[in-house]
Design a protein around this ligand. Structure first.
Ligand code: NAD
Length: 357
């Protein structure tokens, strides 16, 4: 695997503390576990099961995503560092119990330096299988309403809702979202949750999803309007809330925006690094994605901490941390205004400081 020989010369290598190749010929497992930082606690981040065009792309993903988790966990105030694993799937995406067991053994061998959970291609059932071999796992089924964990979507939506309210107060000087027009891209677990919470407060909603019937049904339920997927970014509104795909803020996407605020849960919203500054030049307030969408990881991390400590009732801690998302955003916006540096870069710098870099 040539990509492994000099991964530390890759542009995405950022003094990661550990990058491990895991091979188990018997089960066919090839995985990379990358731990970016354990400065604040164990490197936490999900496992992605994906068919990559080549091993280099898998390495890039592991390096980039694990650094992202360091930043996200630090900015969420969690006692967790950043890590990520990728399992290199074959073209048929063959996954077996033996493969998951071998992966669990590899996580266990790291002795708690890395804590895993679900990511793209890995289900809750897969995590249950991994948990047969290691306790350094989160994202397992939970029981009871006051337990942290379970589906992270509603917690992510809650954080975004608080973040949108903070953005509306900061940019528009309004202490409520009543009558504020929010255009929501993607009405799945996160976008649908955000729309429901905003509707309760009387926000005006325009919704869109590539599954147009989904957006239309939700618009009917909440009293909003549904538009075609290619119309949502140019909708004249106060807040554009991307909750579908990443990389939507590119040259063309930013030019089309007709809003004062971008605040939504989609990961990696900027197509390239330069697009953060481009958005700021248009005087659009930006809520950095990994700060505003941290509600899910806050819940998943608390589930892990509760299980490790044999405790429960962590839901209050989750709510407390989610309620702090707006404070962090305001800090970022104030520093951005003071320094003239775009909000995404300010957030990265704050995160780097928190992890001692
Ligand atoms: P989901 O699959 O439940 O919903 C995504 C929705 O977006 C789907 O309804 C899909 O049809 C729609 N969609 C896809 N492409 C679209 C397009 N071009 N235009 C309009 N709609 C489109 O996923 P989710 O869990 O709601 O996650 C949404 C985003 O939030 C993703 O980027 C995800 O990485 C991010 N995120 C999710 C969580 C979480 O807790 N679920 C946490 C952090 C970040």
């Amino acid at each position: 695997m040539n990509a492994m020989t000099a991964f530390w010369t890759e542009a995405d290598y950022d003094d990661h503390e550990l990058v491990q190749l895991v091979r188990d010929p018997k089960s066919g497992l090839t995985a990379i576990i990358a731990i970016h930082s354990t400065h604040l606690g164990p490197g936490a981040g999900g496992t992605r099961f994906w068919h990559y065009p080549d091993p280099k792309a898998a390495m890039r993903d592991a390096l980039r995503l694990s650094r992202g988790m360091s930043y996200k966990n630090a900015m969420a105030g969690l006692p967790m560092g950043g890590g990520k694993a990728v399992i290199l799937a074959d073209e048929d995406r063959t996954k077996s119990p033996e493969m998951l067991a071998a992966f669990g053994d590899a996580v266990e061998a790291l002795g708690g330096k890395y804590v895993t959970a679900e990511d793209v291609g890995i289900s809750e059932a897969d995590m249950v299988a991994v948990s047969q071999r290691t306790s350094y796992v989160s994202g397992l089924p939970v029981e009871g309403e006051d337990s942290a964990g379970g589906d992270p979507g509603p917690f992510t939506a809650m954080g975004i809702y608080h973040g949108i309210k903070a953005a509306v107060a900061h940019k528009l000087g309004k202490d409520s979202v009543k009558g504020v027009h929010v255009a929501v891209q993607g009405t799945g677990s996160v976008g649908g949750g955000v729309a429901r919470l905003l509707a309760k407060d009387g926000a005006k909603l325009t919704l869109s999803d590539i599954h147009e019937d989904r957006a239309e049904a939700l618009a009917t339920e909440l009293g909003g309007k549904a538009v075609a997927p290619d119309a949502i970014m140019s909708t004249a509104c106060d807040v554009f809330s991307p909750n579908a795909l990443g990389a939507i803020l590119d040259d063309e996407g930013i030019a089309r925006l007709d809003c004062a605020i971008v605040a939504g849960g989609a990961n990696n919203q900027f197509a390239r690094a330069k697009h953060g500054a481009m958005l700021a030049e248009r005087d659009i307030l930006y809520a950095p994605d990994y700060v505003i969408n941290a509600g899910g990881i806050i819940s998943v991390a608390q589930e892990y901490l509760d299980r490790q400590q044999g405790a429960s009732g962590g839901i209050n801690e989750v709510r407390k941390r989610i309620a702090q998302i707006p404070e962090r955003l305001v800090q970022i916006w104030q520093e951005s205004e003071r320094s003239g540096i775009s909000a995404d870069v300010v957030a990265d710098r704050m995160a780097q400081k928190l992890i001692g870099r």
